[in-house]
Ligand binder design. Structure first.
Ligand code: AR6
Length: 172
């Protein structure tokens, strides 16, 4: 698997699947979630509604992932995962790890070969960027998957620098 870092907006990525940092409601929000629903159009929300009705009446649990089509995005699928809100009193790293593992499991189920991830939980959910980057890189490196082109699409120079550091210093 090749891991690359890209500066920019995940909604422009021409990949099989883009991962959305969603919330349990699957009904959209700010950050990456807002951008994906804005650019992807109403088809994504319509499928999210169906998933809520058929499988996730109480919402998609934190750490899990589920796929919809990608509407008007260049990608084929959106994999929605719910990151943990960062906590100073409780270590929720296992839930962030689970987001990456579960997203890759869903990607494999779909037959996706190229997947773009944002820095899950590192925005509105308040996860410190350095730790979010290390957890992301360590986890994808340790996960067995058929994905061969895995990209982290980082919105800010700080996020890009943190992922670059993590890519250079962890896992080896
Ligand atoms: N492309 C790539 N990265 C982005 C983009 C984009 N278009 N927009 C923001 N980022 P966040 P979270 C970066 O807040 O912390 C939503 O309301 C951003 O700078 O999107 O998991 C959901 O509905 C940050 O580094 O996700 C949830 O309620 C990273 O993506 C909640 O926010 C993640 O930030 C989820 O919060």
């Amino acid at each position: 698997m090749r891991i690359t870092l890209v500066r920019g907006d995940i909604t422009t990525q021409d990949v099989d699947a883009v991962v959305n940092a969603a919330n349990s409601s699957l009904m959209g929000g700010g950050g990456v979630d807002g951008a994906i629903h804005r650019r992807g159009g109403p088809a994504i929300l319509a499928e999210c509604r169906e998933l809520r009705a058929s499988h996730y009446g109480k919402g998609l649990p934190t750490g899990q992932a589920v796929a919809t089509t990608a509407g008007d995005l260049p990608a084929r699928w959106v994999i929605h995962t719910v990151g943990p809100v960062h906590s100073l009193t409780e270590d929720r790293t296992h839930l962030l790890v689970s987001c990456y593992r579960e997203s890759l499991r869903v990607a494999d189920e779909l037959g996706a070969i190229s997947v773009a991830f944002p820095a899950v939980s590192a925005g509105i959910y308040g996860w410190p960027m350095d730790d979010a980057a290390r957890t992301a890189i360590d986890t994808v490196r340790a996960t067995r998957t058929q994905v061969t082109d895995l990209r982290f699409v980082l919105f800010t120079p700080e996020a890009h620098a943190a992922f670059e550091e993590a890519l250079d210093t962890t896992g080896s």
